[in-house]
Design a protein around this ligand. Structure first.
Ligand code: AMP
Ligand code: MG
Length: 483
């Protein structure tokens, strides 16, 4: 065994009560399908190493370096509102940390938390997570990253036999609200170690305050409010915002049933199991607050001696989370519409715009790009997504009146809008098509999509297909968990 990677194991060493040591399954004769050289470089891993047999052996569980202490993290969680006290990494193993980033192998076989599951992943969802999470990163949205997508030499059995896969996932932290729910159920000492660990590693500034746990809670609320505002600004529907899928670092985690909304409909749901629309697009901010209330409950014993006072202090912070989210969301929309500031009039412009999208079921992503084009040449309206909207003209006049105050050229504003509004997103039909071809052994299209989504604002001279929703997008697109 070598020590080619300099793994730290702070989680394994400092939080041994909320994880179990376990060994990855060795997936012999695996194959690297996607390698993220740029991320590898950020982690200090050389190209030579990434391309070596040794690297493949490490990330397919065949032989770990001596300095790795592989663990599965324990957590609990509220899933669709119901508490499950015993979840945990059932198919993921943390092999250590590099430069303060956790390196996890997902789909690497059974762990002490697998329950009845096989601990494996099918290749399709691995590739899907790779592409979508890296797109989120390209959009500067906090997210777990994808280092490698690996194809194993075996099949996994879901509804049918499918090629198996492993995702090497990288995150500042995999600690979830559910991790706190688990620790609180153990005892206050474990809870305190988890909170201290989280503060020291991710929110050290809280150590400088009068009540570091209260300040930590406020900081997590703030980070998550910002995160959800960014999701909302690109039409991202996470699909499974259970408390075990909300990282306290504010990174997007768990890409199972997520998808992007095409036509603007606040009720958009993709997940096959979300019958009530609990995690629908427009419900996400409210669910955020609900999840944070569960987080707050776990922190009560740490805040102070008097429980009632602690609850009041936590509630006060929770109360401002929705308004904070709203501010962040308007700020995102301000940029998307080329506006200068968020004020009463501009909020009306923003809300009016969303109403037009909703009423005419207009493609969310395309709308902003078309709007930027119309700003340069009004004639384009008749070929744009707004062509059938009767309200667009009036709205446009109000918007233009506001922009004209800025004494900037329309070209300048239009360009700035294009800098924030992606033209390419991981559209459902594009990803599905790529995955279909990949399942027959040809990864080239997934690579192409991945490359395209690395610069999502840059319109390229390629098939218009990539820009548009699927022609049969009135059919509901359905996503699945347990991938
Ligand atoms: P997720 O839907 O990915 O959030 O997973 C929910 C829980 O089920 C987590 O504890 C996972 O580790 C576990 N899980 C999902 N798929 C499997 C599997 N194939 N084998 C074992 N555990 C799994
Ligand atoms: Mg999960």
């Amino acid at each position: 065994m070598s020590n080619s990677i300099n793994f730290e194991n702070s989680f394994a060493k400092e939080l041994s009560e909320i994880c179990e040591k376990c060994s990855p399954t060795a997936f012999l004769e695996s194959e690297m399908l996607l390698k993220n050289y740029k991320l590898a470089e950020e982690l200090g891993l050389s190209k030579n190493f990434i391309d070596s047999e040794e690297c493949l052996n490490i990330f397919s569980g065949v032989s770990l370096p001596e300095n790795s202490i592989p663990i599965a993290q324990a957590y609990a969680g509220h899933q669709f509102g119901h508490f499950n006290p015993q979840l945990g990494d059932g198919r993921a193993i943390l092999i250590g940390e590099i430069n303060d980033y956790e390196i996890q192998l997902k789909g690497i076989g059974q762990t002490p938390f697998s329950r009845r599951g096989d601990g494996k992943s099918a290749l399709g969802p691995v590739l899907r997570e790779y592409v979508i999470s890296e797109f989120m990163h390209s959009m500067s949205i906090p997210t777990t990253r994808s280092l490698f997508a690996i194809k194993t030499n075996e099949f996994v059995y879901r509804e049918s036999a499918q090629p198996g896969g492993i995702l090497a996932r990288v995150a500042r932290s995999h600690i979830r609200i559910g991790t706190f729910e688990y620790a609180r159920n153990k005892n206050n000492e474990v809870l305190k170690s988890l909170a201290d660990y989280s503060i020291n590693r991710y929110y050290p500034e809280s150590n400088e305050t009068d009540n570091k746990y209260l300040s930590f809670f406020a900081a997590v609320c703030n980070k998550q409010a910002l995160l959800i505002s960014k999701w909302m600004s690109i039409g991202f529907v996470h699909g499974v915002m259970n408390t075990d899928n909300m990282a306290i670092s504010g990174e997007t985690i768990d890409y199972g049933p997520c998808a992007f909304m095409d036509k603007y409909d606040p009720k958009t749901v993709f997940s096959s199991i979300d019958h009530q629309g609990r995690y629908a697009y427009l419900n996400q901010p409210a669910i955020l607050v609900w999840n944070l209330s569960k987080f707050a409950e776990t922190l009560i014993p740490l805040i102070g001696e008097k429980e009632e006072k602690s609850i009041k202090q936590l509630s006060d912070i929770l109360q401002v989370t929705m308004p904070t989210y709203q501010e962040y969301f308007y700020e995102e929309m301000r940029q998307k519409l080329g506006l200068k500031d968020v004020n009463e009039n501009n909020i009306k412009i923003i809300e009016g715009y969303l109403k037009i999208l909703e009423f005419m079921k207009i493609d969310f992503t395309l709308s902003f790009r078309d709007l930027a084009k119309i700003l340069i040449d009004k004639k384009i309206v008749k070929d744009s997504v707004f062509k059938e909207s009767q309200d667009f003209n009036d709205w446009y006049k109000g918007w233009l009146k506001e922009l004209n105050k800025y004494k900037k050229s329309n070209e300048d504003i239009s360009r700035k809008m294009d800098d924030v509004n992606p033209c390419y997103i991981p559209r459902n039909h594009i990803i599905e098509r790529g995955l279909g071809i990949a399942s027959e052994g040809d990864i080239s299209q997934i690579k192409e999509i991945n490359e395209l989504l690395r610069s999502p604002h840059l319109e390229k001279n390629i098939s218009k297909d990539y820009l548009s929703p699927s022609s049969d997008s009135d059919l509901p697109y359905i996503t699945y968990c347990g991938t």
